[in-house]
Design a protein around this ligand. Structure first.
Ligand code: NDP
Length: 311
């Protein structure tokens, strides 16, 4: 029988690593299974300027490396592997990596979410060089420049309004003739002097060699194409939380995010906690992911103390 660990943390982004730091310092000997592409969305973030504690900008990978080193220094064990299955039907819970079956009295799920992308080769090539999926993260770099946002939901309009405070102009590009976003958000965008709209339009190419210089748009009704000079492209067509392994066992909302009891990281099963973007579709920041990782570790500690049956 494998050892019954106090806690296994699934995911090695800011939520999982912060949970690991707190759990290790509480003597819970956490095992972090960070995935084979660890670090989460920060790994595609070029400059982080809004994570407190660093006077100068650092890259997303640098921030993750610092958190990882800190977690290891305080005693967390980190393995670079993917979880392939879990069995949450009874305690101890089973976590399988394909090669190994592990048991845990509690689990912190911090598998994050992934931005949806258009799927263009040029989008991949220019990611972090003018292509972004996070205005709060990267908008600052486009002060007084012209930028575009792609999408028609609340996220797209929110990103548009955020960028309108910084950029010279924002072109909101939507594939249909009306937005999906809430009325109030639509009105705010429509009434904003810096915001323009490209309706019935899809981006077929992001232009630029080393950084974004423009976009090619196609009219969905006529098929006509045009090129527009632009310095930044923000893709806001939705996020996909990484919950496929868990949705059979845990309650999720309509968009697939894990449901947690408000104000906590408790999921629908005792002993299973969720932290970071996998349960947060609103804030999605490294610092909010880290803070919920902290909450998850503290709640895990309390759960283990209060539930002698699993100890
Ligand atoms: P949504 O799924 O609501 O909207 C995605 C948008 O992207 C849609 O307009 C969709 O077009 C468009 N889209 C999807 N795929 C493509 C594609 N391949 N090419 C071009 N366009 C595409 O996602 P959001 O992230 O906007 O919102 C998710 C949820 O979070 C919503 O429930 C939203 O209300 C909520 N939210 C709330 C906020 C708030 O209350 N402040 C802020 C942000 C989000 P189409 O319309 O044609 O389907």
């Amino acid at each position: 029988m494998p050892e019954n660990r106090d806690v296994i943390i699934i995911g090695g982004g800011p939520a999982g690593l912060t949970a690991a730091i707190y759990a290790a310092r509480a003597n819970l000997h956490p095992l972090v299974i960070e995935g084979t592409a660890p670090g989460g969305q920060l790994m595609i973030t070029s400059d982080v300027e809004n994570y407190p504690g660093f006077r100068d900008p650092l890259t997303g990978p640098e921030l993750i490396a610092a958190m990882r080193a800190q977690a290891e220094r305080v005693g967390a064990q980190i393995v670079t592997n993917d979880v392939t299955a879990v069995d949450l039907s009874k305690q101890p819970f089973l976590v399988s990596t394909g090669q190994e079956n592990l048991l845990a009295k509690s689990i912190i799920i911090a598998t994050g979410a992934a931005a949806k992308w258009l799927g263009l080769a040029s989008e991949q090539r220019l990611m972090g060089r003018g292509v972004s999926a996070c205005a709060t993260c990267d908008g600052f770099f486009f002060r007084d420049r012209d930028v575009a946002v792609i999408g028609g939901g609340d996220t797209a309009v929110e990103e548009t309004l955020y960028l309108a405070k910084i950029a010279r102009s924002v072109l909101l590009i939507h594939r249909r003739a009306e937005l999906r976003a809430s009325k109030i958000m639509q009105e705010r965008a429509a009434g904003h002097a810096k915001v323009n709209f490209a309706w019935n339009s899809v981006v077929t190419e992001i232009l630029g060699e080393d950084s974004v210089t423009g976009i090619r748009l196609q009219d969905t009704r006529t098929g006509a194409t045009r090129e527009i000079p632009i310095a930044g492209v923000f893709i806001a067509i939705g996020h996909q939380p990484n919950t496929a392994l868990f949705s059979r066992w845990l309650e999720c909302d309509d968009s697939g995010y894990l449901k947690t009891v408000p104000g906590t990281t408790r999921t629908s099963l005792p002993g299973i906690f969720a932290a970071g973007d996998v349960q947060d579709r609103v804030y999605r920041q490294a610092v909010t992911a880290a803070s919920s990782g902290c909450m998850a570790a503290l709640e895990t500690e309390r759960f283990l103390l209060a539930t002698p049956a699993v100890v």
